[in-house]
Ligand binder design. Structure first.
Ligand code: AMP
Length: 173
């Protein structure tokens, strides 16, 4: 299955979660066994086994991609969550979304100093979320090996927001 075929599985949901936003729903991609294994394999091949110690998944859809990627790397998996959800001591970063603002948190002991960390999410829009997650990784002592998102919304300029990192995205709008 190639990327064009996988792209046809992404479902556009107009006016969700608010008027004017076209939500790119990846659940049909995740539900398709071939599409799901293909996107995970492409991320693993891009960054390469032996180059990643931890994979950060951004709540919530990032979790679904980060865990299988981490498993293939033989890496650990780390959740970055919305503020107030993680139980232990945390660091937080404020960030701006395509729609609204929020804060993300990481457990302060989630990464060992110097570990190579891949950040994973479903959609790169303005890049604020990915940038905040990368900042958190660096603040707990990790080295950001790269950022992988299934979808990149090119017009929103997220790529510039995370310039300096190896950004790998598979589907473009
Ligand atoms: P941003 O911080 O602007 O790059 O927004 C990225 C985050 O918001 C990701 O965690 C996405 O899940 C979510 N997101 C933003 N825009 C969309 C969209 N059009 N469709 C689906 N998810 C989106």
């Amino acid at each position: 299955m190639d990327i064009d075929q996988i792209k046809t599985l992404v479902r556009d949901v107009p006016d969700f979660p608010e008027p004017g936003i076209v939500f790119r729903d990846i659940t049909p991609v995740l539900a398709d066994p071939i599409a799901f294994s293909t996107i995970i394999d492409l991320i693993v091949v891009h960054f390469g086994r032996g180059n990643v110690d931890k994979v950060v998944g951004i709540e919530a859809r990032g979790f679904l991609l980060a865990a299988p990627v981490a498993y293939h790397f033989g890496a650990g998996v780390v959740p970055v969550r919305k503020k107030g959800k993680l139980p232990f001591e945390t660091l937080d970063e404020e960030y701006a979304l395509e729609y609204g603002t929020a804060a993300l948190e990481i457990h302060r002991d989630a990464v060992v100093s110097g570990e190579r960390v891949l950040v994973v999410d479903d959609v790169l829009a303005t890049g604020g979320t990915a940038r905040a997650a990368a900042n958190l990784v660096e603040r707990v002592g990790g080295q950001v090996r790269g950022i992988a998102c299934l979808i990149e919304l090119d017009a929103l300029g997220g790529r510039e927001r995370v310039s300096g990192y190896d950004l790998f995205t598979l589907i473009h709008y």
